[in-house]
Write a protein that binds this ligand. Structure first.
Ligand code: SAM
Length: 226
């Protein structure tokens, strides 16, 4: 698909971003990170942060949670590991290089999966969301915060124009809500709980999915098949 991102390109892009990432994207994405952490902590327990990057969010989680962070980029993760040591983040149980599309965890291993500014940076967002839903316990939540592409107007035109360059920088600016909504409807085992605009400029969204139990998933699948 012309739309797709290449994993090697992404890894190279974030190896380049790693030394300057906090300076460029630290403050600007802070409100979204904090909002997603607040949402995750309403559930609490075992939290998986996917695409944890340089670990900017890690000091903001309450010490009562147990955290694991994974990321495709070793250079980004090295920064996260240094942060854990520097701030003595004893609530972080582990950080590992891992592809979000093939999570090395058992089914229902976590209470919450958080992915901040990640879902439009992975090669296959639908496979990634499938993995998120697989590793969540029934009653748990998937919490995303992300830029979403405009449906129409000047911003949509700009995002389409910018898309090719953005691929090389490691994300898809034109990625729309519709694609996530279609995934949720097809999956059947999740329910959209919230979609809330986020700064900067409200071009970002906080999205929460609840993981349904087996019976509710079967009902949803039956309804989708009708
Ligand atoms: C825009 S950064 C966000 C980093 C961090 N979550 C934050 O809030 O600053 C996107 C992150 O997703 C990671 N990433 C991209 N594709 C990935 C994949 N397939 N599996 C795991 N991480 C991935 C990148 O390496 C990068 O660290």
């Amino acid at each position: 698909m012309a739309d797709e991102l290449d994993k090697d390109v992404i890894a190279k892009a974030y190896a380049r971003w790693a030394p300057i990432y906090d300076l460029v994207f630290g403050a600007v994405f802070d409100r979204g990170r904090k909002a997603s952490i607040a949402a995750a902590e309403r559930i609490g327990g075992r939290i998986l942060e996917v695409g944890v990057g340089t670990g900017l969010s890690l000091p903001d989680y309450s010490w009562t949670n147990r955290l694991i962070g994974v990321d495709l980029s070793a250079p980004m993760l090295r920064k996260a590991k240094a942060r854990v040591v520097e701030h003595r983040l004893t609530h972080v149980d582990g950080l590992a290089v891992m592809d979000a599309q093939r999570l090395g965890f058992q089914d229902a291993a976590f209470d919450v999966v958080v992915a901040q500014y990640v879902i439009t940076a992975v090669p296959d967002p639908e496979a990634t969301l499938d993995e998120f839903a697989r590793v969540i316990k029934p009653g748990g939540e998937i919490i995303l915060v992300n830029h979403l592409g405009a449906e129409q107007g000047l911003r949509a035109v700009f995002e389409k124009w910018f898309a090719q360059l953005a691929r090389r920088l490691g994300w898809r600016p034109e990625f729309r809500w519709e694609r996530i909504a279609q995934w949720a409807a097809r999956h059947g085992g999740v329910r959209v709980v919230e979609r809330r605009p986020m700064p900067p400029l409200g071009h970002f969204s906080l999205i929460r999915f609840a993981r349904l139990g087996r019976a509710a998933s079967d009902d949803a699948a039956a309804r989708a098949a009708q």
